[in-house]
Ligand binder design. Sequence first.
Ligand code: ADP
Ligand code: ASP
Ligand code: MG
Length: 240
Amino acid sequence: MRIVQKYGGSSLCNAERLQAAAQRVSKLARQGVQVIVVVSAQGDTTDELIEKARQVNPQGSAREMDAYLAAGEQLSASLLSMTLETLGVCAVSLCGWQAGILTDAVYGNARILELCNDRILTELEKRNVVVVAGFQGINRHGDITTLGRGGSDTTAVALAAFLRADLCQIFTDVDGIYDRDPRRYPDAQRFSEISYEEMLGLIQNGAQVLHDRSVEMARAYNLKIEVLSSMTGAPGTIVG
Ligand code: ADP
Ligand code: ASP
Ligand code: MG
């Protein structure tokens, strides 16, 4: 059994949330499940990094911005790996280029093309939990790229597709997909299932709960995604 779990920024924002994510991963790893964890930058890190870069250069080059912003996810990946170590779980963190996530060269909105090495599989064979920094890859020139805001979802779906995972779970701060943003509309209705088309429609209407390319990729590979709460772990919404 092979599972990809993605944790968004609010699901990793402090030591307590990191511990909760690590506990969930550890339970699976102890059952012999191969776990690939995709992480976002903690909390509002990406916004803060963008602001910092702007203070230095409001028109910083796209290449440098990508190299800079990718660091947020790398920090998360190592932090989660070290949290897993405290639970006695063997874990290894990989940033995008180490994981072989090859993208095109469109800085700031790169598209994942393929997995260009076997590093993740090698680590899984060594019985390591593999924690992959989301939102990033490497292009054919050897430079770091990022996938666009919210792109860690797409990292997770791409890895689930390329590694033929049995399950792709997206852990976030709401307990599934609703017909409207549940934070703004308390009477929003939750879906237990939603089709790719309906999900893409919600995204087009502004729902930023999933990166659009993650849904397009899931549809292309006929892969179901589960969106669920990292607070409760209760069954969420199945997309697809
Ligand atoms: P993460 O950091 O886990 O990637 P995001 O902030 O990207 O989380 O996405 C989760 C947020 O999406 C929720 O907090 C919610 O406010 C918002 N959201 C917007 N539209 C919807 C919707 N239709 N269903 C669920 N959540 C939605
Ligand atoms: N950290 C990036 C962002 O804030 C990517 C992600 O969270 O998926 O957009
Ligand atoms: Mg997101």
